[in-house]
Design a protein around this ligand. Sequence first.
Ligand code: ADP
Ligand code: ZN
Length: 715
Amino acid sequence: MKISHTSQAQHLLKQYYGYDEFRPMQAEIIETVMQKLDCLVLMPTGGGKSLTFQIPALLNSETAIVVSPLIALMKDQVESLRANGIEAAFLNSSQTPEQQADTEENFRNGNYKLLYISPERLLSESFYNQLKTTPVSLFAIDEAHCISQWGHDFRPEYTQLSFLKKEFPNIPIIALTATADKITARDIVTQLALNEPKTFIASFDRPNISLKVSAGQNRFTRILEFIEKRPNQSGIIYCLSRKTTEQIAEKLKAAGIKAAAYHAGFSSQVRSKIQEAFIRDDVPIICATIAFGMGIDKPNVRWVIHYNMPKNMEGYYQEIGRAGRDGLPSDTVMFYSFADVAVYRSFIEEGAGNKEIELAKLQRIQDFAEAQTCRRRMLLSYFGEHSGKDCGNCDVCKNPPEQYDGTIVAQKALSALARLKENVGVNLLIDVLRGSNRHEILEHNYHTIKTYGTGKDISFSDWQHIMLQLLHQGLIEIAYDQNHVLKLTERSKDVLFEGKKIQLVKHAVIEKRKAESIAEAKEAKPESKTKRIKGELFERLRVLRKSIADQQGVPPYIVFNDNTLEDLAQKKPTVLDELDDITGMGEYKILKYGQRFLDEIILFIKEKSAEGEKVLGAAYLLSYELFKDGKSIENIAAERNLKPTTILSHLAAAYAKGLDLDIEKIVNMAEIQRIAEAVKLKGSAELKPIFEHLNAEIDYGKIRFAIAYLKKNGI
Ligand code: ADP
Ligand code: ZN
């Protein structure tokens, strides 16, 4: 019989990580691993892959082995686990022989829940011998795309990992990657010799990342404005050349902004120093070539700017993906200029790659930059994911161009394509639609198909524009490997046979719509007061986090994620019990850091109140503090210019939250007794009936307080 592990897993999620719910697919993957079945997980960066093997590692008594290709990532993951009170270690070449021997001994003694290991080390004979005699719960292969020559980070050692299944056929393997492409996925399964793996493919959408494309004029000034609106936030500016990274960093520094350049021309020591400074929030902004980013797990990169257009959609997706791993709102801007396109063209012409494919890919990102339909739909449809609706979080959605019902037009195009057996390129298709007498058409008898000439009334260039939109909406695809002929998709069948309606953008509108100022103006909204206070508190907590992190020699995000700070700033807890409701606060972190963060929040509230600011949800705290200082309720009421009953309700709230109070100073035991009897008699804790039942002899404030006491003591 199969036992489900979900409720236990849920419990561990809360206990160790401080999260209430699993993200999509996480619970299912965990269950699969617990059933000792192999699985393949394709999930975007920030999707939450780590938990899918860490929780099974916690559920099992033996050690889980995690193969990871990058030393920096291993260190980061192990630090995160330890910060949550989970026993974990890594083994790789960065350690001294003594450290390695020590770690291995601990492993043999079963002292770790998880052991991270480099493939080289795993493949060594000495480790293999230990594996044979030490019980292991599972193998997780992180960054599994490294096994494929197709992928972008091929690692030859990974190809030898097939020995795991051969030697340990009963230990489940979970392979994980943020690469979506199907060839790589197939490669992973074959090369690891996975046993009928269950495959989990998550959506590659990252809805928290906003998308924006902007014309390349005055880039630097606009970048400055962008950064000034986002003080203390981490971001990356990607540039095409090393020289540009240095120039931009210099200009930023000259403007008083902390920034550094990064590119492969620096020595590896310099590079790791810059990387470390970024991770630790010492230098928030890095101007870099695309050499920067791989192996950086920093979850609170709040924005990514492309100073130059990326060379293809794959690169664009990967680079913007470094923003917002923590799931919080993050912004991206791509600057686009013809100069960049020209540079890429010459690279491609001179390079040794497949020119045709590279040019086609360049064309697609250029189309993306120029198009006026939802950018996220375009991006996802490029990767074969068709969402069917606009995202609301891109520049086009926020400032939409004028649309018209293009259903009939789309039907004409798609039906012609179907009749042409999906075997023509875009120009020929348009010519057929426009009833051209071109030699090729007559030769193939294309002029005899039913839709020939039905699109005569639309100009060639308007048709080109329509085709581009159909492509971006996922209604047609280009088969690059078959002479660029067009293909129908699942979605196009809905239009052809199910009468699905299609909206298209007017060409003339697009021509006109080049100015961006409208969108910019819309962005600049004044902040509300609550938001400002929350922001101020967030900053204070951020500073505290940084000082704790520095003391411990870890990156700030290891202490807490931005999510946790946001939640703290929003809910303003003041007692330990309330920290249970804060995301990212597992038991271990509550014990370790909880009180320091509470103290900071309390201090903030007191200071704000002393300045005469009203802090939402914290009014009770000031009354409580004054009461603790020995002041009477009447005095506090006079001082705060409030009614005594209000002060009593504040104290009741403080008491209910678990703050320590001498209750007998407020309501004596005899009174509590009478109130308790009244509650019992009335069968409810409603104030008015109790007040009346007691002949108005005990005032509302006391009653409220007594009820808090009764509730707390379970009476
Ligand atoms: P990936 O490895 O897929 O890039 P991670 O495992 O690093 O993603 O997770 C990204 C972020 O999301 C981390 O900060 C992680 O703590 C957080 N996270 C993961 N699962 C959950 C969850 N169920 N609820 C809240 N946050 C989560
Ligand atoms: Zn959109």
